[in-house]
Design a protein around this ligand. Structure first.
Ligand code: SF4
Length: 419
């Protein structure tokens, strides 16, 4: 902890509250600076999937709220000894905030939290409204830029359309080309991409398209889905998504450029590498939380990680508190955070005999949910994961990766999951 001027009252409180909260290495704050969007993606969980509370909050955050949030984070980090804070500007579309207010928010957050913890910034944008003013401020404040694009025109325009139903593709493509030039290869600035998978797309082609734009860091998300909202008539099935991931892997493997980082590939392949620790970010010490995610809204309230929204019945019962009413340690002591940690650290009962459980860990939490029995289920994408892992291991073996080493690495992953 670096704030030697930490108020005595804060220090006193820490003695009683730390027992409730494991040590946290990085606090990730998903900051909803704009709670509306200028486009209308049909799969958007905020506006088209049943969680519409954003519409009850201010469209744009004001600087008073940013200042109050910054102090709330600073005091909480000082009390809990958190030394890294990652602020991700999200929306809606965060660039609806306008450059001047966004820049002032960055300055305020860094100035307030900086004496206590290292602060980093990222923004996730739909890439339709970036101007030179934005690029200048991203460089000034060292904001990493992530762009949402689902792939080539066909892939992108399935879901990511304007409010008039028109294509957003050309604007987004132009933005990415511009960002690649602007960053000059500085991957700390980006751009990185996030794409939502759809079973109808060719992921070899999508991968090659994103690489043709100069993207080095990319991530692909499985569509939001829980056991309560399974696969509709035209939504493919789990195996189809396994083929999407497999095609991505094959395209990445064929290109054979070690600098290209696809999150969903790296997470698996890192287990089979011959060097170092099996994951890029070193594992947190026992009982330490590597990333504690919270979401901050434009009205000065905070809540749990909103990527869990597909577990909708459960999510609607999670706390949303005003930062004026509760300190950060009080908020993080809420039992919901322990519930999320325990669910995430455990695998589903039905996965306990699965050979892939060390790699898969039952998949992402939101895809395990059913209103009937909570998170104690294999992922709705279970069959797809199996297809994907078989492709990865089969490809490694076919390319002279020693079978004994593969076995040894796979069994090593089993040691990391609870029995
Ligand atoms: S979700 Fe499926 S692949 Fe993953 S651990 Fe469970 S049974 Fe295995």
């Amino acid at each position: 902890m670096r704030d030697e001027a930490m108020p005595e009252a804060v220090a006193r409180r820490s003695a009683t509250r730390r027992a409730d909260i494991p040590p946290i290495r990085t606090l990730q704050v998903v900051l909803k600076v704009a709670e509306r969007c200028n486009i209308n993606c049909s799969y958007c969980y905020y506006f088209n999937m049943g969680e519409t509370s954003a519409l009850d909050r201010p469209a744009l955050i004001n600087l008073e709220t940013v200042g109050a949030l910054a102090r709330w984070i600073r005091d909480g980090c000082a009390e809990l000894g958190i030394e890294r804070v990652s602020i991700s500007f999200h929306g809606g579309e965060p660039l609806l905030l306008k450059p001047a207010r966004f820049s002032a928010a960055c300055a305020l957050l860094r100035e307030t939290i900086g004496p206590v913890a290292d602060v980093s910034f990222a923004v996730q944008t739909n890439g339709t409204i970036i101007s030179k003013a934005w690029l200048d401020l991203f460089k000034t404040h060292r904001v990493h830029v992530g762009v949402s694009i689902d792939g080539d025109r066909t892939a992108n325009d399935r879901f990511r359309l304007g409010k008039d139903g028109g294509s957003t593709f050309k604007k987004v493509e132009d933005t990415i080309r511009r960002l690649v030039d602007w960053s000059g290869g500085d991957q700390a600035l980006g751009p990185s991409t996030i794409s939502v998978l759809d079973h109808r797309n060719d992921y070899g082609a999508v991968y090659r398209y994103l690489r043709s734009l100069g993207i080095i860091n990319m991530s692909f998300l499985l569509p939001d889905r829980s056991h309560d909202h399974g696969f509709g008539a035209h939504e493919g099935d789990a195996e189809a998504y396994g083929r999407c991931l497999s095609d991505l892997f094959t395209a990445w493997f064929v290109e054979d450029d070690p600098d290209v980082n696809v999150r969903q590939i790296k997470e698996v392949v890192s287990h089979f590498r011959n060097t170092g620790t099996p994951v890029a970010d070193p594992p947190a010490a026992n009982d330490m939380i590597a990333y504690q995610i919270i979401v901050a809204q434009s009205d000065g309230t905070v809540s749990v990680n909103d990527s869990l929204i597909p577990a909708l019945d459960w999510f609607k019962g999670t706390p949303r508190i005003a930062i004026a009413d509760r300190s950060m340690p009080d908020f993080l002591a809420n039992q919901v955070f322990g519930d999320i940690r325990r669910a995430g650290d455990s695998i589903a009962t039905a996965c306990r005999s699965c050979d892939w459980r060390g790699l898969c860990r039952s998949g992402d939490l939101e895809n395990r949910y059913a209103a009937a029995n909570g998170f104690d289920n294999p992922s709705v994408y279970c069959a797809g994961y199996k297809t994907y892992y078989e492709t990865v291991c089969g490809t490694l073996l076919a390319n002279n990766y020693p079978a004994e080493l593969l076995e040894e690495r796979l069994s090593r992953t089993l040691d990391t999951v609870a029995a």
